[in-house]
Design a protein around this ligand. Structure first.
Ligand SMILES: N[C@@H](CC1=CC(=O)C(=O)C=C1)C(=O)O
Length: 310
């Protein structure tokens, strides 16, 4: 039978913390439901979350801490992003399938959507724990109190790439396009590298990346200017392309939801006709433009991956 809220909370505190676990103790994905104020809160669209200064700061600070975790820690951004594709190693006791593609993720089959659900739940839970860690370390005061309150309803946001953007804006939110961002801390506002713009490898392991251009880029990149280490992201190109395909993407989603009644007909791109996975592929390729988001082996390192999949 399903466990109740009190048991969930206790289990999360015991096994879901960020502390290094002893060998043989697995991380159990239980969802963030019991970590906040005890009730269920909806996930917000990223542009909606941005309107709420406290939620927004908690999100950015949590993601910044998460991305900063040592890449040798199994709960780090690097290792959790790495579950999806490269490096082709197991995670938390789950080993690679011999003879498989190398990646642990599932694509082109009915379990494409269902594989990604718990994966995203894991990411959300660890993001939450990082955000809570940041807030708990803040010096006492009104800002800490506000952020603590914001944590009560914090959920990882999503990106609605099909939504009609506000006039003068792109389908690619501006918050994802700027290399830096301002955050509010007890001692004032500071500018930090934007954790939604890119993930910077620390270190970049050419071996983990398997050679080629992905072994040269020190950070994740969208529409790269070249295959060399000094290549930069061209988010403006990603934004323009997204804006031109957006009406089509919107009708593809609408058609599927209104005309199709069987999950197996639309779950994945291995079946004839359009599918949620095909639409999702289009977003990957349009955002990536040959950068990380374009390839299954690297896509999850780009922080936009988690907004796209939520
Ligand atoms: N490889 C997909 C696009 C893609 C899908 C993914 O799921 C991914 O992670 C990265 C890229 C295609 O050919 O269109």
């Amino acid at each position: 039978s399903p466990i109740g809220p009190a048991q969930r909370r206790q289990a999360l505190e015991e096994i879901g913390g960020l502390k290094t676990r002893q060998d043989g103790a697995f991380f159990s994905v239980l969802g963030v439901g019991a970590l906040g104020d005890g009730s269920t809160h909806p996930r917000l669209e990223i542009r909606q979350m941005e309107q709420d200064t406290d939620q927004w700061n908690v999100y950015l600070l949590g993601l910044q801490r998460f991305q900063g975790m040592s890449q040798s820690d199994r709960m780090s951004y690097y290792q959790i992003a790495g579950i999806h594709g490269r490096p082709y190693i197991g995670w938390d006791g789950v080993e690679m399938v011999t003879g498989g593609s190398g990646a642990l993720c599932q694509h082109g089959s009915n379990i494409f959507p269902t594989w990604h659900r718990p994966y995203l739940a894991l990411f959300e839970e660890v993001l939450y724990l990082n955000a809570r860690e940041v807030v708990s370390k803040m010096s006492p005061g009104p800002l800490k109190d506000r952020y603590t309150a914001a944590l009560g309803s914090f959920r990882m946001p999503y990106w609605d790439w099909a939504a009609v953007p506000a006039s003068g804006q792109s389908a690619l939110p501006i918050s994802l396009q700027s290399p830096t961002v301002e955050v509010m801390l007890p001692n004032g506002t500071t500018t930090i590298p934007n954790p939604l713009f890119a993930y910077t490898f620390h270190p970049l392991s050419a071996n983990d990346m398997g050679g080629g251009k992905f072994s040269t880029w020190p950070s994740t990149i969208r529409h790269p200017t070249s295959d060399h280490a000094d290549s930069v992201s061209q988010n403006d190109l990603a934004a323009a392309e997204l804006d031109s395909i957006r009406p089509n993407i919107q009708s593809r989603v609408f058609n599927m939801l209104s005309m199709q009644h069987e999950y197996t007909n639309i779950s994945n791109d291995g079946i004839p006709g359009d599918s949620f996975e095909s639409i999702h592929d289009t977003i990957h390729n349009t955002v990536g433009g040959g950068g990380h988001m374009s390839e299954v082996a690297y896509s999850a390192f780009d922080p936009i991956f988690f907004l796209h999949h939520t």
